[in-house]
Design a protein around this ligand. Sequence first.
Ligand SMILES: [Zn+2]
Length: 133
Amino acid sequence: MLTINSGTLLSKITAMKALNNNLKAIVCQKCPVCHKGDVFVPTKKLFQMPVMHENCPNCRYHYDREPGYFLGAMYVSYGLGVFEGILMFLTIYFLLPSLSTIYYALAVVAAIIGFSLWNYRMSRVVWMYLFPN
Ligand SMILES: [Zn+2]
């Protein structure tokens, strides 16, 4: 017989909502504390190196917790780059199976370079959400 504990179900729903809010804030590159302030200075230039705010414009949370804090974001960036490379490889493999191997390599490199600025931003935001203190 199946019994549903309403307290457990309610706590699972609350945890799912918190996860959903965090994912939405990560994708929108918002502050890990208040989820309202932008982490990066908005720019209209496509290939400009992203510039971070020192503190959250909304709650004044200091983003750079300590010297070298964002070194760990390199691991996240590496993971994103590998994921994008694999995704590009699989896309070409299934859409254009007769293509020469050199074009596979060029497309993977182009995808990694093309997403590098986005990876830079996302890796720092993800790192702040993983290790906020
Ligand atoms: Zn904030």
